[in-house]
Design a protein around this ligand. Structure first.
Ligand code: ZN
Length: 247
């Protein structure tokens, strides 16, 4: 049967002499692989549409659960800045690796799909603020995967403290108050808790207005990173190391 879906190319593998397997995060079927015939040939019309980070419309043939074969494709958007700027490219790779790790095959996730498109668009269109968008993507993304951190009260006893004297526990999935923390821990500064909440709850448009500096973002980046790593169970994203080398 012929199907049509919008999707984002997250990975490609060479296949046989002239073909490629293209991994797409599709709106309708979630993560899926497609055989793109002849895309390694110079004259291929499909080739431009199956490059990583391309957002396009893909028509494919699939019989039962066999490998889908790409028939036709059209570009909706390709993100030129992401492709040409190394730092933005690595951010894009991180998003693709995140999708590849957390999403299941043949299971659509429209909210995460919308977040991905919006993130690529904003990183591409506002390179100067890409750090803020990228950091916000991480906390929004891990939340949409079912791991929303508790940031307004103690996750164990529910205690709310106006002075926000809490630590962040990656294992418990959010804030712990001084009574629930077994030992003397360093409390997370109030402004860091508020920044985490802001990045989680605000739209990218709202985030752009604030002009967050890299220094501000770095204060919460390691918490978000550790929190995601905890849910990755030892899996390492290659792009993370590449991004660190750039900074
Ligand atoms: Zn507590």
């Amino acid at each position: 049967m012929l199907y049509k879906t919008t999707g984002i190319v997250i990975k490609t593998f060479p296949y046989r002499e002239a073909d490629m397997i293209v991994r797409i995060f599709s709106l309708k079927k979630g993560k899926m692989d497609m055989l793109a015939k002849g895309t390694k040939k110079i004259k291929s019309k499909l080739a431009a549409t199956v490059q990583p980070f391309t957002y396009g419309e893909y028509t494919f043939y699939q019989k039962n659960y066999n490998l889908a074969v790409l028939r036709q494709s059209e570009i909706i958007a390709n993100y030129k800045n992401i492709i040409s700027d190394l730092k933005l490219t690595f951010m894009g790779y991180y998003i693709c690796e995140f999708i590849d790790y957390f999403l299941q095959e043949n299971q659509g996730h429209p909210r995460f799909f919308a977040l991905t498109v919006k993130t690529l668009e904003f990183i591409n269109n506002f390179p100067d603020q890409s750090h803020a968008i990228f950091t916000a993507f991480k906390i929004k993304g891990i939340s949409l995967m079912g791991f929303t951190p508790t940031l307004t009260n103690c996750i164990k006893c529910g205690f709310k403290d106006e002075n926000l004297k809490f630590i962040f526990s990656v294992k418990e999935g959010g804030l712990l108050c001084s009574k629930c923390v077994p030992e003397n821990n360093l409390f997370l500064p109030k402004k860091e808790i508020l920044l985490l909440l802001f990045l989680l709850k605000s739209t990218y448009e709202e985030i752009l207005k604030v002009n967050l500096t890299s220094e501000q973002l770095k204060t919460v980046e390691s918490i978000i990173g550790k929190y995601i790593n905890y849910h990755c169970e030892g899996h390492v994203f290659n792009s993370e190391g590449l991004l660190k080398k750039l900074t």
